[in-house]
Design a protein around this ligand. Structure first.
Ligand code: THU
Length: 162
């Protein structure tokens, strides 16, 4: 028996002013996207900004549905939009921020597993990791280099691509 350890490293910043200009701008865009969320059921509003290698920024927000599973998370709204608009352009960064109707979100919220899996497909497609920038409504910011940081054992079967 052998133990396999995968170590995840994230950078924590206590203030947006510590971020690079690009990351700061990405968070700002994500915060704008929060206002477009359609979340009448959870009242949890998620905003996402995707930076493409060509400099284009695509926004997305969670879109809920009265048939709950028919809704979609902000990350997948944004990356699928990016993929359909620019199918051959890699994603270099993605910023996600949230706002809740009933409480103040003081911690960065990680992307759900389904979004991470969808994001990992883009990384595999372009063989490039994307930088992930997370912040709650206020508080610390987390920056991670690549989806593997949050999803170390993602589903991937090379043979299924053939
Ligand atoms: N949500 C996202 O937009 N992204 C995630 O990674 C997790 C959850 C949304 C889905 C739903 O509209 C609301 O947050 C509450 O779960």
């Amino acid at each position: 028996m052998e133990e396999i350890k995968k170590i995840s490293v994230v950078k924590k910043y206590t203030d947006v002013s510590e971020l690079s200009e690009t990351d700061m701008a990405m968070l700002k865009h994500a915060k704008e996207a929060v206002h477009t969320a359609y979340a009448p059921y959870s009242k949890f509003y998620v905003g996402c900004a995707v930076l493409l290698e060509n400099g284009e920024i695509i926004l997305g927000s969670n879109q809920e549905n009265i048939a709950y599973p028919s809704g979609l998370c902000a990350e997948r709204v944004a990356i699928f939009h990016a993929g359909s608009k620019y199918p051959n352009v890699p994603i270099t960064a993605i910023a996600i921020t949230v706002k809740a109707h009933d409480f103040l979100v003081k911690e960065p919220i990680a992307c759900c597993g389904a979004c991470l899996q969808s994001m990992s497909e883009f990384e595999m497609k372009f063989k490039k990791p994307m930088r992930i920038i997370l912040q709650g409504e206020v508080g610390d910011i987390l920056v991670a280099e690549g989806v593997k940081v949050f999803l170390p054992f993602q589903f991937w079967v090379e043979e299924l691509k053939k």
